[in-house]
Design a protein around this ligand. Structure first.
Ligand SMILES: Cc1cc2nc3c(=O)[nH]c(=O)nc-3n(C[C@H](O)[C@H](O)[C@H](O)COP(=O)(O)OP(=O)(O)OC[C@H]3O[C@@H](n4cnc5c(N)ncnc54)[C@H](O)[C@@H]3O)c2cc1C
Length: 473
């Protein structure tokens, strides 16, 4: 087990009043308050409720699942189901991908936790079929990728599909709703801490709600809020790298060999010019490119349906950037780059690779002449070289050239680039192996704690914290 970022703690005493759901200082008291109804928070609640615990409150700033709409700003990332509610629900079963829980527990424990989380998704209706399990074909792909100067990470995926994902979230909501109180459209403003132990939370309107334990699962959307709260409470956290890049779209047939073998091909390339770590991310065979809005910044993403296919495949190429002294605000840096694209393109910019290489902008006419038909119609034809620093463009071009050796045709004039795609990772909070912070009975889980980056590990982190709480109560 690696130790990086792990806060070692001795055994902890039980909560001050573990059996209560009574009144304290005139406020109603819960056993557990969960902040954020993304997969991390939902799975913590499922585990606690499943073990018979009652008086659990989930507080979510967004809308309930029935009322969420994918075409309105904050709704896309906030509400019951969290950031991935409109995603196609690709559950990554391999422990290497989707987070850093292995820094807290052993590989075997993590595998078991992922199996438990996956089992719950199956229980609520996820399909049994998985893609990308080790085979002769994945071995060949590993070999071909090496020849092309890349590393292929075999990844097993369960693809739920956008249309089924919402149904699963709805079923979980119905199931929990019977015994767990859910307050949507309610924002937690502060964590309520006294003498080194959590006391509850304070809402936007100043109302205080008391709890024996608080689980904080605010996702990437809550990253800034978490950072501010960490500073206010004097708790330590460290920046994670920011991943900046573009979404690539090309005819599905060009990537068919890759996607038939691995569905989600995780390829890593170390660029020749800058020695940067460049990787493919979130590959969507026969999928659609979509826009994403968070904190007023419009970026690009992609997804695919289980039963509805387009003629294209899309994926991201991302470059990880770590900054050194004196700069320690990668979230802000990524935001500035995304805002630049928004400034020039009034949103997301689309460009043909051929235009980018020939140093000219794409225009609506040039996009019409492109044999890759864009699946995102609202992107503005433009010039990404005005947005992305040379370093990123060079890294992306080099990787596409390397990929062309295993997917001939990807380094083509007609490949489309959408920009920008930015992955903001929350600051990484110092946590114990059971995900408890330096404050007693205050747990941080999921993407908002900077320890996960995907649905299944986020869900697993919820189970991990809930298990510890169950031991105490
Ligand atoms: C478009 C898209 C597609 C994706 N597709 C995939 C995929 O296919 N596979 C995969 O593994 N991952 C995918 N992801 C990533 C995945 O969605 C996240 O890793 C996962 O949702 C993280 O879960 P979480 O519970 O930690 O946080 P989130 O899902 O972000 O949920 C956090 C919740 O907390 C709420 N919140 C924040 N602050 C407060 C506050 N102060 N008070 C009250 N509520 C608050 C937010 O409104 C939000 O609903 C995708 C993400 C996006 C955006």
């Amino acid at each position: 087990m690696a130790n990086q970022g792990v806060l070692k703690r001795g055994p902890l005493s039980p909560p001050s009043n573990p059996g209560s759901s009574n009144q304290e200082e005139g406020v109603s008291k819960h056993r557990v308050i969960i902040v954020g109804a993304g997969p991390a928070g939902i799975f913590a609640a499922l585990k606690l409720k499943g073990a018979g615990l009652r008086h659990i409150l989930i507080i979510e700033q967004g809308e309930d699942i029935e009322r969420r709409r994918r075409d309105t700003g904050r709704d896309i990332l906030c509400g019951w189901g969290g950031a991935g509610a409109f995603s196609d629900g690709k559950l990554t079963l391999s422990p290497e991908i989707g987070g850093f829980l292995e820094d807290f527990i052993s590989r075997d424990e993590l595998k078991n936790l992922l199996i438990e989380a996956d089992g719950l998704y199956l229980h609520y209706g996820a399909p049994k079929k998985t893609f990308g399990s080790p085979s002769e074909k994945t071995e060949t792909l590993t070999y071909l990728a090496r020849q092309a100067g890349m590393e292929f990470i075999p990844t097993e995926i369960r693809h739920v599909g956008t249309e089924n994902w919402a149904k699963i979230l709805k079923k979980m909501r119905e199931d929990l709703g019977k015994e767990v109180t859910v307050r949507t459209k309610t924002r937690v403003e502060h964590l309520w801490v006294n003498k080194g132990a959590v006391r509850g939370v304070e809402l936007e309107d100043g109302q205080k709600l008391a709890a024996d334990c608080v689980i904080v699962s605010p996702g990437r959307f809550g990253a800034d809020w978490v950072k501010r709260e960490m500073e206010r409470l004097g708790l330590s956290s460290s920046p994670n790298p920011v991943d900046i890049g573009v979404r690539i779209e090309s005819p599905a047939v060009i990537l068919k060999d890759l996607t038939d073998t691995a569905y989600e091909s995780k390829l890593i390339y170390y660029s020749k010019t800058f020695d940067d770590r460049v990787r493919t991310f979130c590959m969507n065979p026969y999928g659609e490119v979509v826009i994403e809005e968070s904190n007023g910044i419009v970026t690009v993403n992609g997804h695919s349906y289980a039963n509805r296919k387009t003629e294209n495949t899309n994926f991201a190429i991302l470059v990880s950037s770590n900054f050194t002294e004196p700069f320690d605000d990668p979230i802000n840096y990524g935001g500035v780059i995304a805002r630049l694209a928004n400034l020039l393109g009034r949103g997301v910019i689309i460009q043909r690779l051929g235009d980018l290489m020939e140093g000219r902008r794409s225009t609506p006419e040039r996009i019409t002449r492109c044999i890759t038909r864009p699946t995102l119609s609202s992107a503005t034809p433009g010039d990404l070289s005005f947005v992305l620093p040379y370093r990123y463009l060079k890294d992306i071009m080099e990787m596409l050239e390397a990929m062309d050796k295993i997917a001939p045709g990807i380094f083509s004039h007609h490949t489309l680039l959408y920009g920008v795609e930015v992955k903001f990772y929350s600051n990484r909070i110092s946590l114990s192996p059971t995900l408890e912070s330096q404050v007693k009975n205050l747990f941080f889980i999921g993407d908002g704690a900077g320890i996960t980056r995907g649905l299944l590990q986020a869900s697993a982190s919820g189970i991990l914290a809930a298990r510890e709480i169950l031991k105490r109560v």
